[in-house]
Design a binder for this molecule. Structure first.
Ligand code: NAD
Length: 382
């Protein structure tokens, strides 16, 4: 790219469209707020809902021109690809079963894809999407937003530079209680598709929040397991998919990990916590208190490290949006991920997380294989 073209690209906003995320939806609005905080994107087209009236009402609310409010994502991909000022990337925030066909439609017409998790329904679909992104030279991102918290990145920097010594044990938990009853039978929108295998995929809680925990473990430690044993269970009567899962992992370098994810854990809201224990030190981070990281040293004190303080990794320090003591949370971390995505789309040296997203699909498959084999240890990937 010429220098003049590059400067122009850096200084203007990236044109994006959204599929899903209309009125009454959950995560689409979080993406929009995060994009606004990041200040790098211009949302100019959408297919907000499968219901045309709701799609148009949502578009009006978001200030999107009527002719760019679509009722069909395939048509949106075609008409946007044909415009001189068409979108450069699409954000996919629909239920899981639509991620794959939507991502294919936009990649094949030359647009980047920013998809919420899980990337697809299985690893074969994820591999196909990665192949498409390579074939068309377009970026594929999955919004693993927890990896963008500054103190998660601080923990990763400390682990990778050896502050903990050799990693021995990892405990990661993501617990919620909102599916402790059969909410899906009351017609609650988010619960109804998440408990339906046709729309959620073969895993319930595991595919919904277990993948976040697994992704965080990989991101923070740089480790990928080679053996997995899983115990998936559904506590709520009549529910087909798991609402609680416990997974054990072994790593070639000797470490062991436990992953617990649950949506029936009464009293837990969004309790995502990871503890990493090495030979000489340990780290403990919890997303309900995301501005602090506990760091322990063998035979030393435990320090409570604050976001944006002098002991932060310089790159992490630079990423913080506001000074220490003013809390940054979920929305800001989501915005930091969007800042990374913008940098990648502007051809800066930021690698997409598509391969980690593929491993998350392989993780689900390994857990299901283990479950079917009476919770036996299985190779990862299977
Ligand atoms: N990163 C995170 O932390 C996080 C959190 C929540 C949800 N998610 C993921 O985001 C996705 C959406 O979850 P949600 O809770 O917002 O779901 P939701 O049910 O609240 O919203 C889904 C939206 O998709 C729309 N939709 C359905 N079919 C469509 C179609 N054919 N064309 C256009 N729009 C269509 C619905 O009308 C709705 O607006 C899921 O894949 C979920 O796993 C990620």
């Amino acid at each position: 790219m010429s220098e003049a073209k590059n400067v122009a690209m850096q200084s203007r906003k990236i044109r994006v469209g959204m599929v899903g995320g209309g009125q009454g939806a959950f995560i689409g609005n979080v993406h929009r707020i995060a994009m606004r905080i990041s200040d790098q994107f211009d949302l100019c087209a959408a297919c907000f809902s499968s219901d045309p009236a709701r799609a148009d009402a949502s578009a009006r609310e978001q200030g999107i021109a009527a002719q760019r409010s679509y009722h069909d994502y395939a048509q949106m991909a075609q008409l946007e690809a044909a415009r001189d000022d068409g979108i450069e990337a699409v954000i996919v925030v629909t239920p899981n079963h639509l991620h794959f066909p939507i991502a294919c439609a936009f990649l094949e017409l030359g647009m980047h894809v920013i998809c919420d998790k899980p990337l697809s329904l299985d690893s074969a679909q994820a591999e196909h999407l990665i192949a498409l992104s390579q074939r068309y030279g377009k970026q594929l991102w999955v919004t693993y937003n927890y990896t963008a918290y500054p103190m998660v990145r601080e923990a990763r920097a400390r682990i990778l530079r050896g502050d903990l010594g050799k990693i021995r044990s990892i405990q990661v938990e993501y617990s919620q209680d909102w599916l402790a009853t059969a909410l899906e039978r009351d017609g609650q929108k988010q619960a109804s598709w998440r408990t339906d295998p046709k729309r959620a995929g073969a895993a319930g809680c595991l595919g919904d929040i277990g993948v976040h925990a697994f992704n965080l473990l990989q991101y923070m430690t740089g480790l990928v397991p080679d053996r997995i044993a899983a115990n998936l269970h559904s506590f709520v009567e009549g529910r087909v998919l798991d609402d609680h899962a416990q997974i054990w992992m072994r790593f070639a370098q000797g470490a062991r990990a436990n992953l617990l994810c649950s949506q029936i854990a009464v009293g837990k809201e969004n309790y995502l916590r990871i503890q990493v224990f090495g030979e000489g030190g340990a780290l403990d981070w919890c997303q309900e208190s995301p501005n602090h990281l506990m760091f322990s040293q063998l035979n030393g004190d435990t320090q409570r490290c604050s976001r944006a303080r002098h002991h932060s990794d310089p790159a992490v320090q630079a990423s913080c949006l506001i000074p220490a003591g003013h809390p940054e949370g979920y929305l800001e971390a989501f915005a930091l991920l969007y800042r990374d995505i913008a940098a990648a789309l502007r051809h800066e040296n930021v690698a997409s997380n598509a391969h980690a997203a593929l491993r998350d699909m392989q993780f689900i498959e390994a857990c299901l294989t283990s479950q079917k084999a009476d919770n036996a240890w299985v190779d990862f990937p299977v």
